[in-house]
Design a protein around this ligand. Structure first.
Ligand code: CU
Length: 148
């Protein structure tokens, strides 16, 4: 039985290696209270890129940071910040986005977002997209975002 479990864990690891571990949500030490609200995805065709916006509230007493995101509707998800320029919008990839203790990070068009690169399908209004957000302290959080 133990052997079976070990084998399936290894298989799961290989299957999920490109996607991140939805299985990796580890509990343990006191977790900061991360709360995700208002998750939505901009409509997009599979030919283009997608963008996800969430509001992250850190109700804990320790700072946390969003490290990465993953979803099965895109080959890659990157953390981005839009830099307002004079007429020209530039996007910059970020290694992480800090969410201070007691703070709120609101992603929105023209600011922070999660960029979806290499969409595997069209994102139509009303569709639901599942994402796994990886936090420095809180670990993996699975969320659902609605396409608008
Ligand atoms: Cu972007």
């Amino acid at each position: 039985m133990r052997y079976m479990l070990a084998v399936s864990a290894v298989l799961a690891l290989f299957t999920l290696i490109a996607r991140d571990g939805a299985h990796a949500g580890q509990t343990g030490q006191a977790k900061p209270m991360i709360d995700i609200q208002d998750a939505w995805v901009r409509r997009a065709s599979a030919m283009g890129n997608g963008a996800v916006y969430v509001t992250i509230r850190n109700q804990g007493s320790a700072p946390d940071a969003l490290l990465s995101a993953a979803t099965d509707v895109a080959d890659r998800a990157e953390l981005h910040e839009t830099m307002g320029g004079s007429g020209r919008m530039m996007m910059q990839p970020l290694a992480k986005i800090d969410v201070p203790a007691g703070g709120t990070l609101e992603m929105k068009p023209g600011g922070y977002h999660i960029m979806l690169l290499g969409l595997t399908r069209d994102l139509k209004p009303g569709d639901t997209v599942t994402l796994t957000l990886r936090f420095e302290r809180a670990g993996d959080m699975r969320i659902q975002a609605t396409v608008r």
